[in-house]
Design a protein around this ligand. Structure first.
Ligand code: CUA
Length: 254
């Protein structure tokens, strides 16, 4: 996003991890926008609380230093101050909880999805199934998605993030992603889409996507799943609806 700010003519959004990155990747779904906004809201409370606590700690250390205060007070407790330091944090937590819960429930909601994609974690790759469509031979679309090894990378491709088969989905469409695993725990996570969903053997988890712009979104398995845990990335390719339909019909006739 910084790039956009300094060079308005260049539209360069960050949808993959960058070196020494501290901030978020750029959001592509309303959910990720909500997560970033909540983070900024919480940052305000974090700053106020940590400044106040540090100031109080500093004052306490200063006033209780033996040379400063040779005859200490014998005061052991005070009802009013104890009420204040119990109620104030409780009130702050309550204020934080309201936007936090509304976001949590928004993330959980799957609104009548137009498309369902099933993704399965394997040791060590992802596979995708599009069971909404079948061809003349009653076959649906299913494929594996492996990381491209370093020696096979082409110029401009991202190391440890590129895969051979992307998960292709249309933009501006409610998509349901069903997540499971074939062997051990994995986790299907794409930062720009604000999605991190555990893939558990024998259990179906579901999450939803509503991608607002076309692009390639990079993610990685986010649950330690064995020796190649770091080598099973995720690439979601968001395309326009006509391009998606073309992709689906090509896949069906393969
Ligand atoms: Cu699959 Cu970690």
């Amino acid at each position: 996003m910084l790039t956009l700010f300094f060079y308005p003519s260049i539209t360069c959004l960050s949808d993959a991890a960058e070196n020494w990155q501290l901030g978020f990747q750029d959001p592509a779904t309303p959910i990720m926008e909500g997560i970033i906004n909540l983070h900024h809201d919480l940052m305000f409370f974090i700053c106020v609380v940590s400044i106040f606590v540090s100031w109080m700690l500093g004052r306490t250390l200063w006033h209780f230093e033996c040379k400063q205060n040779p005859v200490p007070s014998t005061l052991a407790h005070g009802t009013l101050i104890e009420m204040i330091w119990t109620i104030t944090p409780a009130f702050i937590l309550l204020v934080i909880a309201i936007p936090s819960f509304s976001l949590l429930y928004a993330m959980d909601e799957v609104i009548s999805p137009a498309i369902t994609v099933k993704t399965l974690g394997h040791q060590w790759y992802w596979s995708y199934e599009y069971s909404d469509y079948i061809n003349e031979d009653d076959e649906s679309i299913a494929f594996d998605s492996y990381m491209i090894p370093e020696e096979d990378l082409e110029l401009g491709q991202l190391r440890l993030l590129e895969v051979d088969n992307h998960m292709v989905v249309p933009v501006n469409t409610h998509i349901r992603v069903i997540v499971s695993a074939a062997d051990v725990l994995h986790s299907w996570a794409v930062p720009s889409l604000g999605v991190k969903c555990d893939a558990i053997p024998g259990r179906l988890n579901q999450t939803s996507l509503f991608i607002k712009r076309e692009g390639l979104y990079y993610g990685q398995c986010s649950e330690i799943c064995g020796i190649n845990h770091g080598f099973m990335p995720i690439v979601v390719e968001a395309v326009s609806l006509p391009n998606y339909v073309t992709w689906i019909s090509n896949k069906l006739s393969e």
